[in-house]
Ligand binder design. Sequence first.
Ligand SMILES: [Fe+2]
Length: 352
Amino acid sequence: MALVQIGSVLLYASAGLCVFLMLLNRVFILMSNTRVKAAATFSAFAVLVGGGGTLGISLARPPWVYAPLALLLLVLFGEGRRAFIRRSCAGSGPVDTTPHTFNLSTPVTTTDLVLHRYRLPCSKWRDAPLRIVHLSDLHVHPTLPLEYFQEVVSLAEQSEPDLALFTGDFITTVAALPELAKVLRPIARLQTYAVLGNHDYWADPDAVRKVILESGLCLLSDETVALSSGSSKIAITGYDHPWGTKEKSIGPRRDDVLHVVLSHTPDNIYRISASSPDVVFSGHYHAGQIRIPYIGPIVVPSVYGRRFDHGHFVVNDTHLFVASGIGAASPPVRIYCQPDIFVVDVTSESGA
Ligand SMILES: [Fe+2]
């Protein structure tokens, strides 16, 4: 094969791979786990990457090669735009992360939990710091040790939170419900709140709700509860739309109430931030679950691609925290992607 044809094959296959990854991000990963999903994903890969490469053999010269070239340039432009928007939304980094064990020689990081601590000065908060611990995407799974999940919850409790928040995806399949019941318990001084995730809806939402409620957690489904700590007031809203497909008002902003929202997917951030809550906690993305060192995730199940893959962001003056989560969906493996807990201290503006 001539050098031109080899280059053409690589060009068309790369363009096909980009289209496949876009479909994977936006379509296939949003499907429930069935044989149809696996077959459709594999077929799309074969057609787009294999078919693309085959096209490259016969369509190796202009004007044909301009089409895959244009597509790759479009992808590059999109990545540049994403990086720009992400930078404009960037929040602060964690003030302390323990332990941090990232190591190139140990790619499998499924249970290498880290704890990220953030400080969030807020003009509405006038009391001693309010400590919020955030856990997401437990994905309790029979192939992972039950002790891992129990230790994670204990670690979260040891941070002595005032509020604890679980942002969905407690399980992947109903087979894990008995284990889930042995993991969940209230761990905060004031209350432990939860919303469901898309996997909970796919598995058996009523059965998951039952376990959560019997475990003593407060499950919020499109409702807001009010509580107070010292002289400060807090409102907690559970935004129960794991895929971000429905419009839902979370109520007007109140200047004297710290408004905290739980939303399984960060994809809801633009419609939630229109109501100007103070802080939104999300998970869902698993930080990609498989990450390439120094580059980031390959696939993030989001309409915004990799924009909000992990960390702290500020969108329309609303703070968004996106945790990597605790477990992993099928396959239950993380590569260069550590599970995490967020501990956020909401302080007065002076930081006291
Ligand atoms: Fe998840």
